[in-house]
Design a protein around this ligand. Sequence first.
Ligand code: NAI
Ligand code: MG
Length: 527
Amino acid sequence: MTVSETVAESELSVETDLLAGLESYVTTAGPREERFDVETPFSGAVIGQLPACDPDDVEEAFVRADHAQTAWADRSVEERAAVFKRYHDLVIEHCEELLDLIQAESGKARRHAYEEVLDVAITARHYAYRAADYLESESREAAVPGLTETTVHHHPVGVVGIISPWNYPLSLAVSDAIPALLAGNSVVLKPAEQTSYTALKAVELLREAGLPRDAFQVVTGFGEPLGEPLVADADYVCFTGSGATGRIVAGQAGQHLTDCSLELGGKNPGIVCADADVDRAVEGLIRGCFTNAGQLCISLERLYVHEDVYDRFLERFVDAVESMRLGTDYSHDVDMGSLVSEQQLEKVTDHVEEAKAEGATVLTGGTARPDLGPYFYEPTVLTDVDESMALCTEETFGPVVGVYEWRDTDDVVEQANDSDYGLNASIWTDDVDRGKEMATRIETGTVNINESYAAAWVALDAPMGGVKDSGIGRRHGEHGLMKYTEPQTVAVQKRLAMDAPPGMPYWLYAKVMNGALKLQRRIPGMR
Ligand code: NAI
Ligand code: MG
């Protein structure tokens, strides 16, 4: 353990400096005695303590957020958008500071932390320039053209509750909040207890960009007891995390008839076709499997490789894995960082140990690396994995991938779809048309061709989310903003009443109307 102790001592001052003042962005109803430790996964050392909020604090956060929402919604969309254009610039300006903080709290490599800065900046820009279009009131057709004038308005739902996980502490704390705020809502966020400082930093920058103080509330602490009152008070709930917790949240939202979106992870397949550019596939799939040490909802945990390229691919893939640099560095030179916690290390270890005991072959990795840090685990490649093993069917959420050989296209599509999950998939082929055709047969919310996950994620104009147990609803695109609105239809009756004219018997009215309906169906412009 000497290595990690040395690292802890030399880096602790960097970490504690970053945290100064951030606690002031936590909402509490009164002095909060109870606090919880935040540690850095790089060494296990405690780097700070935050208030363990209770249901009264959630209540207070909603009162403040609700109060702030009206004035915020009364601003024009352009004024609200200006805040997020500034936010875009501020996030870039504070990039290094954000990367330090994300790394300190999550233990990830700097290059993986940078994906979060990119994501937040792109999301802020995307929605800032499109929100006005999305939110504009529209006129709609009436049953009988000319008789009524119909307009649809898009009102904010009110206060949006967001519960976010630790794996992308910056992205997932603000990227779903940006469209919610642009739509005129206020937000109450409960970030993951492991990574709340990053969320607080994101809020500090939002304030600096001009977001009204109370429009974004943060309560820090644990899902139990904060989840239930948060869901009860919210007008919409956006949750990202485990399937087990997602089911609890959806159940509570159901009780309150509150709409929600859930993004719950996957067991995502990657398919390498016979005609794939093997070197390009190896490079892309290293990222696809090991970004953020595999703690990414859209990362790939099953690789299906065509028999014609299987040996060649596997040799190069294992070589590439073995040359990956692991470490606790605050520099861009590290290829993979730590897992976030003891809990994650245990889950990853259990999956690999069980698979080994059941006959799987470890080609590389397969062990923890306490010499680097308490939760480090080597990037791991296995073969001879089958359905009897959790590693084949359950989300590992770690740097572990099972590789399978395939021959027939129908078979590989069936295998890829043989999962309770349906979040992301990746196809590698030189024949893009064939890849696109295959993609439509895969039961996932996103499919990336000749990329692992990033192409579909950064296609911000397109919806992103999961089918089956991977969740409900979508983020990104028009849907990612409009889900935080209530459409309201206003119809003006212009001339005739919606009834028989005075003095006309109803039997005659019905006859006339039936004639009119028949005519209407025949005339193209009237349908
Ligand atoms: P989790 O789902 O328990 O935590 C996510 C968020 O939910 C955190 O903010 C947590 O405090 C909150 N939470 C916990 N219990 C709650 C409750 N009863 N009501 C409301 N909110 C609650 O996930 P956890 O335990 O951190 O990780 C377990 C597994 O979940 C991971 O190994 C991974 O497989 C999966 N996961 C998937 C993520 C994704 O991006 N889809 C993100 C994080 C975890
Ligand atoms: Mg949990």
